[in-house]
Ligand binder design. Structure first.
Ligand code: PMP
Length: 292
C-alpha cells in the first residue's frame, strides 16, 4: 500500500503528492527540512526538531502556516495514518509557488509536506563492527556564507562530499572547514574519545547542532562522562582512542576505520561508544511524543 502524504493542508496518496515546478523549494532550494525518528509509536525529540525548524524559518524569514503545536500534531497524525510504529519522518517546508525570479516576495503560501515512512541506512553489522570513514576534499560551507544551523533544502555541498565517499568505497565522510579542522561528517555529527573524555567540534566550526549530538551531551552528563566541544585536527582524530558519529537516521554508530587507519588499538568499537549506544537505546524509550 502506498503512503499517505500530508501536503498543502491535506492528506493525499503518494502518487498525488506533487509540488509545482514554480515552487522555490525546487527552483532555488529555498526551504527547510527535518528528519525525525519514530520509536515504538512515539515521535522522538519532536519539540527539539520543531524548535530547529522554526528557528531556521525565522532566519530565512519564511512563515510556516501552522504553529509548532499544530505542526507537531500533524506529524503525529501522519505517522499514525501510515501505521508506522518504528520509522522516519521527513518534514519539509518550501517557500512555495512563485515566479522565475528568486525573490521570496513574489511567492505565495509556503508549502508544508510530511512523509512518514521507514529508514535503514546501515546494516546491523555496522553497529557491531563499525563504519569506515574517509576525509573528503569538499569543505563544509563557511558559516559566514551559509550557516549550517539552517537545515536548508540546498544540500549540494553534502552531495558533492557524498560522491567522494562513494568513490572511495567508504560508509561516511569526514568534512573539514576552510581552516582544515574537522567539522562533522557528511550528514552526521562526529565525536572522538580521548583519555576517557568525549570531544566534538563546536558548532561554529561548521557543524550542524544535531539533535542526536544534543542527546549525547545529555547522556554523557547522566553517565558522568566528560564531554567537551573542541577544535579537532585530523591528527587528533587519527590518534583518538575511539570515534563515533551521530544522526537521527544513523543514531550512534562506531567508526572503526578513518582514512584506512584503524581507530584505537585494533579498529573495534570502544567501550565509551558502546556505553553511549546502549544508553541511547534507553533514552529513546522516554523522550518521545505519543502519536495517539
Ligand atoms: N550534520 C548534518 C549535515 C546533517 O544533515 C545531520 C542530519 N542528517 C546531522 C549532522 C545530524 O543531525 P541530527 O542528529 O539532528 O539528525
Amino acid at each position: 500500500m502506498g503512503l499517505e502524504i500530508y501536503i498543502d493542508g491535506k492528506f493525499v496518496p503518494e502518487e498525488e503528492a506533487k509540488v509545482s515546478v514554480f515552487d522555490h523549494g525546487l527552483l532555488y532550494g529555498d526551504g527547510l527540512f527535518e528528519g525525525i525518528r519514530v520509536y515504538n509509536r512515539e515521535v522522538f525529540m519532536l519539540e527539539a526538531h520543531l524548535k530547529r525548524l522554526y528557528n531556521g524559518a525565522k532566519v530565512i524569514r519564511l512563515e510556516i502556516p501552522l504553529s509548532p503545536e499544530e505542526l507537531g500534531k500533524k506529524v503525529c497524525e501522519t505517522v499514525k495514518l501510515n501505521g508506522i510504529s518504528d520509522g522516519y519522518v521527513r518534514l519539509v517546508v518550501t517557500r512555495g509557488k512563485g515566479d522565475l525570479g528568486l525573490s521570496p516576495s513574489k511567492t505565495v503560501d509556503p508549502n508544508v509536506i510530511i512523509i512518514a515512512s521507514t529508514i535503514k541506512i546501515y546494516p546491523d553489522e555496522v553497529y557491531q563492527n563499525g563504519l569506515k570513514l574517509v576525509t573528503v576534499s569538499t569543505r563544509r560551507n563557511n558559516p559566514d556564507s551559509l550557516s549550517p544551523q539552517i537545515k536548508s533544502l540546498n544540500y549540494l555541498n553534502h552531495i558533492l562530499a557524498h560522491l567522494e565517499v562513494l568513490h572511495a568505497g567508504a560508509d561516511e565522510g569526514l568534512v573539514l572547514n576552510d581552516s582544515g579542522y574537522v567539522t562533522e561528517c557528511v550528514v552526521d555529527n562526529f565525536f572522538v574519545v580521548l583519555d576517557g573524555a568525549v570531544i566534538t567540534p563546536p558548532t561554529n566550526s561548521g557543524a550542524l547542532n544535531g539533535i542526536t549530538r544534543l542527546v549525547v551531551f545529555e547522556l554523557c552528563k547522566d553517565l558522568g562522562i566528560e564531554i567537551r566541544e573542541e577544535q579537532l585536527s585530523l591528527v587528533e582524530c587519527y590518534t583518538a582512542d575511539e570515534c563515533f558519529l551521530t544522526g537521527t537516521a544513523a543514531e550512534i554508530a562506531p567508526v572503526t576505520y578513518l582514512d584506512d587507519r584503524p581507530v584505537g588499538v585494533d579498529g573495534t568499537p570502544g567501550p565509551v561508544t558502546v556505553k553511549l549506544m546502549n544508553a541511547f537505546k534507553e533514552f529513546t524509550k522516554t523522550h518521545g511524543t505519543p502519536i495517539d
